[in-house]
Design a protein around this ligand. Structure first.
Ligand code: SAM
Length: 217
């Protein structure tokens, strides 16, 4: 059996990537520590392993992508994760983002709509499954049985503010969602006040694969 593992070479490449992120306004130590410890190459096929620590999005199966490390760091930092936070992720993909959130101490609920990716993520996430729950479903409907959530992260491009997801956000909660066209989106930071008022802030341009579902594309 070909068991893949971490190595000094990969750890060195990861350290360089962390330096790059830190020089690019990623200041949350918890984010940097988590990204320094989770081996991104183990979430990619062998074909892309040698590019795992380049700051780029890379292909996974089913024409989907593992997000760029900077984007993972940016969204994780925006969520202000505290240990024990209950976090809903829409778009499990490879499972890498879920692993980072779990490593930061969150209890993660992650939804993927493509069965092949859901199964692959379950394998990739073996070391983290104590803190991660996976669900094969249309994430635009959220996960009502486990709502409400302290934080919500969407890792695919939504055409509009997904109202159903915001209903599943706790008062005082934070959501980070790329919203826009299929080609380019604004990263939108949403805060729900303790008296349930929603405020939004745009945090720059990003590019994601589309969020496909009842309340998506
Ligand atoms: N977070 C992932 C990672 O760390 O590898 C990257 C996510 S990839 C950019 C976007 C993912 O969202 C794809 O796997 C895609 O199948 C999934 N997706 C798109 N629409 C979805 C939906 N309605 N519900 C759940 N997942 C969805």
């Amino acid at each position: 059996m070909n068991i893949r593992h971490d190595s000094y070479k990969h750890q060195g490449q990861r350290a360089q990537l962390i330096n790059l992120l830190a020089s690019n306004k990623i200041t949350d130590k918890n984010v940097l520590l988590a990204m320094a410890s989770v081996p991104r190459h183990l979430f990619l096929s062998k074909d892309f392993e040698n590019r795992a620590y380049d700051d780029v999005a890379l292909p996974i199966d089913e024409e989907q992508t593992i997000s760029q490390p900077y984007t993972v760091a940016f969204q994780s930092q925006a969520l202000e994760i505290k240990p024990g936070d209950k976090v809903l992720e829409i778009g499990t993909g490879s499972g890498y983002q879920a692993a980072i959130l779990a490593q930061m101490g969150a209890e993660v609920y992650s939804i993927e709509r493509i069965e092949k990716l859901y199964k692959m993520a379950k394998i990739n996430l073996q070391p983290y499954l104590k803190n991660i729950n996976l669900f094969l479903s249309d994430g635009t409907m959220g996960w009502p049985d486990n709502a409400p959530f302290d934080k919500i992260i969407v890792t695919a491009a939504a055409p509009k503010l997904p109202e159903i997801l915001l209903e599943q956000l706790k008062p005082g909660g934070i959501a980070i969602i790329p919203i826009g066209s299929m080609k380019i989106q604004k990263m939108v930071l949403i805060k729900k006040s303790v008296d349930n008022k929603i405020s939004q802030k745009e945090l720059g341009d990003f590019r994601f694969v589309p969020l496909i579902g009842k309340d998506g594309w």
